[in-house]
Structures are given as structure tokens and as C-alpha cells.
Design a protein around this ligand. Sequence first.
Ligand SMILES: *Cc1c(COP(=O)(O)O)cnc(C)c1O
Length: 423
Amino acid sequence: MSKDRERERMIGDRRLRPESLMMSYGYDPKLSEGALKSPIFQTSTFVFESAEAGKAFFEVAYGLRQPDLDEEPGLIYSRLNNPDLEILEERLALWDGAEEGAVFVSGMAAIATSLLAYARPGDVIVHSGPLYGGTDHLLRVVLSDFGIRPIGFPAGVPVAELASELREKIAGERVAAVIIETPANPTNALVDIQGIAELVKAESPDAMVMVDNTFLGPLWQQPLQHGADLVIYSATKFIGGHSDVIAGAALGSREALAPIRGLRTFLGTLAGPWSGWLLLRSLETLSLRMQAQARGAQEVAAFLVEHPQVRAIHYLGTTLEDDPMADVYYRQCRSAGSVISFDIHGGEKEAFRFLNALQLVKLAVSLGGTESLAEHPASMTHADVSREQQRSLGIGASMVRLSVGIEHPADLIADLEQALEQV
Ligand SMILES: *Cc1c(COP(=O)(O)O)cnc(C)c1O
């Protein structure tokens, strides 16, 4: 981080919190006619002050030489970088306490670019299960075709119980990366990041431990502090928060991100300036939104737990008593977040009747936005997971996933109540 940036973060010897920095950090109004807000730098290319300056920018961008100590990367072309995205990367890194960030056109672009930067034919990728459907497909279908083999282990099981089997599976393999989703989608089952990182690195020290932290976001879980090398987001969800932008991010040390940034340039997976600008807007309210959503989810969960039509609820705030992973929750998470899954009595027919009866809550996939959304994992987000696999992961026909937004919790409960009555 440059000295200027370091100064921007301080008042006297007080280090400012991310909430206080999201409106200004990394942006200098003097460079943009005094505009309070960063303009949208809707430009494909940038004018060099001289041919020598252009040459110097390329040398650094293409890794032909190391940058001088205080040399900022020059702006060249918006597939390599753009001011809106640079500011966004610096602000995002603050939340996770990361050295650097890299943003992408989507969460999948962040995941794919990060995995491809580290995995080579013959390698294996260790992953928790269940995974986000897109990531699961990327591993099982796309990367498998390149000779990169996925090795899964179940979320929700203490490391001590899965250690010997996992160790056996990875013995003698080069593990390029570990990708963990905790809490898992849609079951909210947890993974012990530190425990898995230590286990895998004991066998394969170069393994990059990546955590998809989309579900809890940087407010409620900071994987870099629990042994992860990289934290990855679908910024489409809580970070964007308004269901109006698709984007992704990877955060970590400069060293861990270097090959990922390099590959991003050549795969062309950097986000555009308009997405960057929307996310800058979103970051200003990230903390407020996530707190309101978590509070709302707590009230909604308390209602669902007591409802006679609800057979089971999968939400960290209410199910910890008999969870063997409770200690992982207290160590790793600061909140249960705002995604609740629950099973209603019956099967698909009953779940569909409930979903079709909702009025305020919208029937849509995705999560983390200001509006509440409900969906049916077995037939929608997890439709291409085999029935057998669904059963072993605990994804049943009667399961509904609910992302709680910022509506008044009493109104949400009224909507859920009338829809449950129609089941
Ligand atoms: C949505 C999501 C993704 C994919 O993100 P996109 O922005 O849709 O590409 C990855 N991981 C998790 C956990 C998600 O919820």
C-alpha cells in the first residue's frame, strides 16, 4: 500500500474502519474536476503522456521489470485496468484485511480465473460439498476435461472425522488448490477452514486455499484470518446487494494474486467500469445492509422454527445446539447471516404451493439483495446435482431457500405465514 493510502486510513493514530472509508478511500476529487463521487470512466483506452511513459506502463503490466517502490501501475486499456475498478479493488481489500483485490465480470469469472491460474493438467483440486452449482460444474465437467481432477469432502463434518479418508485420497497427488464454501449452499453446513488448510498443506504445501465467502461476506467471516490464502466473492450477491449487477472478486496477498491478475488480462475477465461504479455505490451501505438483513433473518428464523408446517430449519442462528460444528461457528463466524433454508412438511408439491403463494418475497434465484428472494434448490439452483447426491447432501424436495432482504421483518413474517397456510 502506498504511503498516501496509509495516510488516508488514519486520523492521528486512529485507524479508520471500512465503514468510514467506503465513501472516499482511494479517490482523489482533484483528479476529476472536484467531483465528490468518482465518475464512471467509460473509456476503453487511456492516453499516454509520452511514448516513454507508455513503454514504462507496459513493462510493469507485462512483468518485464519490477515496479519501483512508489510506482503506481499506469492506466493502459480497460481490459487491464480502469480507475473505477482500481478504487473498487482498494476498498474491497479493506473489509477482508487483504493486501490486494482483483475484480471480475462475475463470481464465476473470479473462481475460474483463480483456479486456472494455479491448476495444471495432472493436478487435483480439493473441494467441500455441496458447492455452488456453477463451481461444481466447472470442476466436474470443464476442468476435468483439462485433466484436473476434483476430490470432494462433505461440509458439516469435523476435520477429525474426515481426516484419514481425505489424507488417503490426496496422498501422492499435487493439490493445486482447495476450494471451500462455508456455510454451504443451501444447507448452511460449515467447514473448518483452518483445519482443512492445515491438513491439505501437510500433504501438499503449495496448495492455494481459496474460500468462497459469498454467503457471509466480509462482515461476518474473514477467511484470510483463518488460514485461507484467497477469499473469493460473487459480488453479485451481498457486495452488490441491489440485484442489479453481476461481478466477482478475489482478495489476498499481492503474491497470491499476481498470477491471477496476469491471467485475468489474457482471459479478459476484468469487470467493466459501469459494474465497478455500481459496486462503489453498493460498498457504502454494505455494513448497514448486512446488519439489517441478519437481524431480519433472525426474526424470520424464530418464526419458522415454531411453525407447525416447517419440518426442519437450516440456519446457523437456530440449529447450533446439536451441531458438531458449533465450535467452528464460534471461531469463524460473527453472525449467522441472512440465508435460511427450511424443509416444509411434504415434498415438491407442497414446496411449490408455498413458493407460488408468496407475495412480498419474490420467487427468484440469487441472494444477498435488498429484497427477499425464495427458491427451490432441488429443482432450480441445484437441479444438475444427481438425486442421489442431493440426498446425501441433505437437499430434499421439500427444501426452500430464503434470502432475507431489508423489508420490515414483520411484513416478511406475515407473507411467509399466509403462504404456509396455503400449503
Ligand atoms: C452466485 C454465486 C457464485 C457465482 O457468482 P456469479 O456472480 O453468478 O458468477 C459463486 N459462488 C456462490 C456461493 C454464489 O452464491
